[in-house]
Design a protein around this ligand. Structure first.
Ligand SMILES: O=C(O)CCC(=O)C(=O)O
Ligand SMILES: [Fe+2]
Length: 224
């Protein structure tokens, strides 16, 4: 397994395994219908976002969501610094998520962004970026809580990388239950003959053909 920073730098994403058990996945997916955990529910078709339903967690986050968010952030912060350096961006990130969130909150971005999404047959998620204000962290993560083929068919995770003055590249993943995809929030440094340029990335989900697909989204900047 290649180092996380090499994989992220070369591809703009990485797939992590063995971060949570199948029981963790089950427990987390059960949270979708729990009352009182959420600050906002979005019916995607009402906003032109695609089709499906998602909910933003409220603080305090469920313990496992909070732990995953902290642990991943600590691993990713030094890589985020490296990216910003390559792209000539001045911002550097503390390795402690709480310190970064304090910076977000002081800038008026104080609403939690971790979310849980549920798609049934016919649902999909339009290609998008998750920006919620000026401040953002260059990586985010999606935790796959359902098992393809057993729980649902279709519903591939799709990323599109825009290449300046060239046609875009699509990346399609079908991760196993319990895997985590870490990917570029906004743009990644891509090497050219004249140094690094900003390759804009967007992500979405192809149509679920049958069954139910539930995922957990971990976004590290809070929302205005
Ligand atoms: O359902 C998915 O796999 C994608 C969710 C998503 O767009 C996100 O967590 O930001
Ligand atoms: Fe998203």
């Amino acid at each position: 397994m290649m180092e996380l920073n090499t994989t992220l730098l070369e591809n703009g994403f990485a797939v992590l395994s063995n971060q949570l058990t199948l029981d963790d996945c089950y427990q987390l997916s059960q949270l979708f219908d729990a009352p009182d955990l959420y600050r906002k529910t979005i019916i995607m078709q009402k906003h032109g976002y695609g089709s499906g339903e998602y909910k933003y967690f409220n603080y305090p986050l469920p313990p496992l969501v909070n732990t995953l968010r902290h642990e991943l952030f600590t691993q990713l912060a030094p890589i985020a610094d490296e990216w910003n350096e390559k792209l000539g961006l001045p911002l550097r990130y503390p390795t402690d998520l709480d310190q970064w969130l304090e910076i977000c909150h002081k800038a008026g971005q104080n609403r939690p962004t971790p979310l849980i999404l549920r798609y049934v047959a016919g649902d999909w998620n339009a290609l998008h970026q998750d920006m919620y204000g000026e401040l953002y962290f260059p990586f985010q993560a999606v935790v796959f809580l359902s098992q393809p083929d057993d729980d649902y068919i279709g519903g591939e995770f799709v990323m599109v990388e825009q290449r300046p003055r060239m046609q875009s590249k699509a990346i399609v993943l079908q991760p196993q239950q319990g895997q985590i995809v870490v990917f570029t929030t906004k743009y990644r440094p891509a090497k050219s003959t004249r140094g690094y340029y900003r390759a804009v990335m967007r992500h979405g989900v192809s149509e679920v053909r049958s069954g139910t697909r539930i995922n957990l989204g971990l976004i590290f900047h809070d929302a205005a």
